[in-house]
Design a binder for this molecule. Structure first.
Ligand code: SF4
Length: 228
């Protein structure tokens, strides 16, 4: 397949361009396909009840269509997807890549496959956001650890919660994220607040990552996102 055909198959015609918030390329699915997120979104204080992926650009028909392409690849052509992602990342010399800017892991096999992408692209820094703790636990039970260049950031289920951060099993293996944490919980070592929406609205990079790459760092234990 040609480069253009691969980009088309993956629904990433503009690769390596990202969405508006991120300043690095990403892989996204529709939140309609979130396994845990779909259940959480019905609970009023869950972080999924205020999901940004259900509004704005993500609702455009062409974006939904591309998300569906990627969902089909995960379900039916996971090996091809893995091969194509590796090819794109190497071809474009990508330095930072986010799995699941929107949407979430679809299976344990999906996680294994994306970890293989990370092992194959050792020069790329990966960040994978997820609420699928069962796949994370199974991966760690099976393989012990994630690739050095893949930061799994486990997203706490509820606003103002850091429940997952207390897991002894996950300690030092993954990092965490929270939403709208109370001030006293934010004072912990390794906790930062996402700067994207703390900038002045008048700055051109308001609402974007700019030069920040904190979510990729295993040294940043918890990132607190502010509801926007
Ligand atoms: S902490 Fe930094 S890298 Fe993470 S979402 Fe916020 S701005 Fe982007």
């Amino acid at each position: 397949m040609t480069l253009q055909q691969i980009k088309k198959a993956i629904g990433k015609g503009n690769f390596p361009k990202s969405n508006t918030k991120l300043t690095f390329p990403d892989f996204a699915l529709s939140p309609k396909n979130c396994i845990t997120g779909r259940k959480l979104s019905k609970l009023p204080l869950s972080t999924c009840s205020i999901c940004y992926g259900k509004k704005g650009n993500y609702t455009f028909p062409n974006v939904e269509k591309s998300c569906q392409k990627r969902k089909n690849l995960i379900d039916k052509e996971l090996f091809n997807l893995e091969t194509w992602l590796i090819f794109l990342l190497k071809t474009y010399h990508v330095e930072y890549f986010r799995f699941f800017a929107n949407g979430d892991l679809q299976s344990f096999e999906n996680l294994v496959s994306f970890a293989k992408v990370a092992y194959s692209c050792e020069k790329v820094n990966f960040w994978l956001s997820t609420k699928e703790v069962k796949f994370i636990n199974k991966y760690l039970e099976t393989f012990g650890t994630f690739p050095e260049n893949l930061n799994i950031r486990l997203s706490n289920y509820f606003i103002n919660s850091i429940k997952f951060n207390n897991s002894v099993f996950l300690k030092d293996k993954v990092t965490f994220s929270s939403v709208n944490l109370d001030k006293e919980k934010q004072g912990k070592k390794g906790f930062i607040t996402c700067p994207a929406y703390r900038k002045s609205r008048r700055t051109s990079d308001f609402g974007t990552c700019g030069s920040c790459k904190a979510c990729f760092s295993k040294k940043v234990l918890n990132i607190n996102y502010i509801k926007h």
